[in-house]
Write a protein that binds this ligand. Structure first.
Ligand code: GLA
Length: 741
């Protein structure tokens, strides 16, 4: 998969889908040559970048060669100060504050498989599944090395990248910026697409044409954030869900990040992703090294759906823990919206009884079971049972739940503390910020200093005890505020704080998973505030949003699916009127939206009528029947909620033998047209598919090009025939290929 030409110093990473090509330039820097669909290998690719044509008004490396200007040459890992005036990928300073920019190519090596990154989440692959190219760059003046790592996956259009900096010299140096990847593309005819939003409306798709200058997304909140997801796409204007090309970059990281795209004065495009350089300085003493997190770089020539299916496959096969591959996730019920803080054992066990009768598999006890917590003003940090609410103890409750036939899960917010808690009273020095500062609050809580291993260790011990006592099956790990006053009493260099904080979070995950590999983690941060590939490595599913309104969820889940598989998207049916929007939608609509994710309920079953209970039982049976398809299939988006009043998507089995289609219409239309259809995708043209809900079959080509007929819509005069009417219509149908004969 990797061609390394020692003489010409050219590198070609290639599989059946993509090629990524670069070379060592005459000045020892790396010049980027190509990233796109797979190219036949050639002995020489130098002609991809013409270096004979003199450049006007620019600086040039060699006094006698006006053609060699770093201002115009596509760079592989750009440095500051040598004539490339675009944003550098790295800034390392010596003790005088001078930027070290003498990094030149030293040597390259190829490794089978893919090395893991110590202390950091990353994709993994065995030998045979991936190959890794490691490029060594070296600055002889300071004795500092940079290692650029590129892994190419055999069966996916994906390259992962990361960077390591090693100080081999005898002077301390300082890292000011270290992007995990930088890719220069030779034109700017792209739209930038990203997933942005806010609490309760996360990951809406935003698109804008590139223009000269820098356009960026990022987070300075200590978490990847509700506001911007560490994921960027550059797509051609004509690219749609189904066709056209696109480049995608996803960051496997959960802390502060910056994703930026710079278009220069020659319409070259530089796309970069990494730890946010603002507030970041990392001291490297002699002998020390720094490992940057991983970035996933992918290319699609099959539209945005193609880009998503590659990322979904990568996550399913090479990112989530081995243990959760090919295993069904339990259908859960969470008591948060049913009881909030107001519960006791009797109330909870009543929910459990009812949920069991409905077919639910896991009961999750949310916030309020610990310390003296009766509202959000106290007890975070005190991870021992709330005796007033649960006098018989948490172990006893867990036993009762398990005896009733459900698995048991608990909510934790490990990184947080309320000033009204034993933890804070005993260790006020364990919160983030200097004691003499006026600290900023969020939801009455402060953030624990996870950059301090002592703090992480203390929380680990408390959680371990509870996990053992309850034989816990599942943990919802929440994080309900962002970081302010970012500083730690335990650190010398506060520029290291943010990264050390997230390393502390990863360390706690790592320890808990090592000790309790059976526990399923669901990450959460006030809903979807830390929904990123870094978290997915530890917690293979995430609570997508605190907004469970099924109309809003169409946008949230549609956007989220661009970068994450359904297998990781927590989607639950909740009560109406919805607690976030006060909107009323039918149980059918709520179920039809929630099926496309990891399914569950967020309501009190006691409040359901007998008819509703019957519907819920049917929903659960339906999900159980199709969840393997939902887990393993290709998710194809058909109609976007960001463009239409109708939304549609489908999951198609890898072998195209079956599919599950979801269609939704948000507002009803007066005088709608007859013969409405929904055009599907991904099926076998010649296949014949039996649609169980319609009790008839259709050909694949017919379903894709003519469309699946939609039920007759109410139009004011067809009262006797109308099969759907009013706002918030929906339809979910399953189709299976049948034998023609
Ligand atoms: C956050 C979560 C909710 C719930 C509450 C509990 O907001 O996103 O699902 O767990 O905290 O306080």
């Amino acid at each position: 998969m990797i061609y390394k030409d020692e003489n010409r110093q050219q590198f070609h990473l290639k599989n059946d889908y993509i090629s990524y090509i670069f070379r060592v330039l005459e000045n020892g820097h790396l010049g980027h040559l190509y990233f796109g669909p797979s190219l036949r290998h050639q002995k020489n690719f130098e002609h991809f970048q013409d270096l004979n044509n003199p450049v006007g008004y620019s600086t040039h490396t060699f006094s006698d060669n006006l053609a060699f200007s770093l201002e115009t040459i596509l760079q592989e890992y750009p440095l500051y100060g040598k004539g490339d005036y675009r944003e550098p990928a790295i800034i390392v300073e010596d003790q005088n504050g001078k930027s070290i920019s003498g990094f030149i190519f030293d040597y390259a090596e190829i490794q089978e498989g893919k090395p893991q990154l110590e202390g950091l989440p990353a994709t993994y692959a065995d030998s045979g599944q991936a190959e890794t190219l490691v490029i060594h760059l070296y600055d002889s003046e300071t004795d500092v090395k940079i290692l650029l790592m590129y892994s190419i996956f055999e069966r996916l259009p994906v390259i992962t990248r990361s960077v390591q900096v090693i100080n081999k010299g005898n002077q301390e140096v300082s890292l000011k910026r270290l992007f995990s990847c930088s890719v220069d593309l030779p034109d700017a005819d792209y739209d930038m697409l990203h997933l942005s939003g806010a609490w309760a409306r996360e990951r809406h798709i935003k698109e804008r044409p590139l223009v000269q200058g820098i356009q960026s997304i990022g987070s300075m909140r200590g978490s990847s954030s509700h506001q911007h997801n560490p994921f960027l796409v550059l797509k051609r204007k004509e690219t749609t869900e189904h066709q056209g090309t696109a480049v995608g970059i996803q960051f496997v990281y959960s802390g502060n990040f910056l994703g930026q795209v710079e278009v220069d004065h020659y319409e070259n495009t530089r796309i970069q992703m990494g730890i946010h350089p603002s507030q970041f300085t990392w001291g490297l003493k002699p002998g020390e090294s720094f490992q940057a997190p991983e970035a996933i770089v992918t290319f699609s020539k099959k539209g945005l759906n193609g880009l998503s299916t590659s990322l979904h496959d990568l996550h399913r096969k090479h990112l989530i823990a081995e243990k959760w591959k090919g295993i069904e996730r339990p259908i859960l019920i969470n008591n948060w919206e049913a009881t909030y803080f107001d519960f006791n054992e009797e109330k909870l066990l009543n929910i459990v009884d009812q949920a069991k009768a409905l077919g639910v598999e896991l009961f999750v006890l949310d916030d309020g079971w610990f310390g003296k917590r009766n509202d959000d003003t106290s007890s975070l940090g005190d991870w021992f049972v709330n005796q007033t609410k649960l006098p018989k103890g948490i172990g006893d409750l867990a036993d009762s739940v398990k005896k009733k036939g459900l698995a048991f899960g608990l909510w934790f917010e490990p990184e947080m503390v309320n000033p009204d808690s034993d933890l804070y009273r005993n260790h006020p020095e364990w919160v983030i910020g200097y004691p003499e500062q006026q600290l900023t609050f969020g939801r009455n809580q402060l953030v624990l200093d996870f950059s301090n291993p002592e703090v992480v260790d203390h929380i680990y011990k408390q959680m371990k005890k509870i996990i053992e006592e309850t034989k816990l099956d599942y943990i919802k790990w929440d994080m309900n505020r962002n970081i302010t006053e970012a500083a730690s009493l335990s650190l010398e260099n506060q520029g290291e704080f943010f990264h050390r904080y997230i390393l502390g979070v990863y360390r706690l995950y790592e320890r808990l998973l090592q000790e309790f590999p059976e526990v399923l983690f669901e990450s959460c941060a006030g809903g979807g505030g830390r929904f990123d590939a870094g978290m997915m490595y530890y917690a293979p599913q995430a609570w997508t949003s605190d907004d469970t309104d099924s109309v809003d969820r169409l946008k949230i889940q549609y956007g989220t699916s661009l970068a994450f598989p359904l297998y990781s998207i927590g989607s639950h049916v909740s009560a109406v009127p919805n607690h976030q929007t006060w909107r009323e939608t039918s149980l059918v609509h709520r179920g039809n939206v929630a099926y496309f994710g990891t399914f569950g309920y967020e309501l009190d079953p006691e409040s359901l009528t007998e008819q509703e209970k019957k519907e819920v039982r049917e929903q659960i049976n339906f999900y159980k029947e199709y969840r393997t398809l939902i887990r393993d299939g290709d998710f194809l988006r058909l109609l976007s909620p960001f463009r239409h009043n109708e939304v549609a998507w489908m999951v198609c089995a890898k072998d195209r033998s079956e599919a599950l289609v979801g269609w939704y219409k948000t507002l009803s239309t007066p005088n709608p047209k007859n013969n409405q259809v929904l055009r599907l995708a991904g099926l076998k043209s010649e296949g014949r598919y039996y649609v169980s809900e319609y009790n008839r079959s259709y050909f694949g080509d017919e379903l894709m090009y003519r469309g699946l007929p939609l039920p007759i819509e109410f139009n004011g005069v067809n009262e006797h025939m109308a099969e759907r009417r009013g706002d918030y219509q929906s339809l979910v149908v399953h189709m299976k290929e049948i034998d023609e004969s």
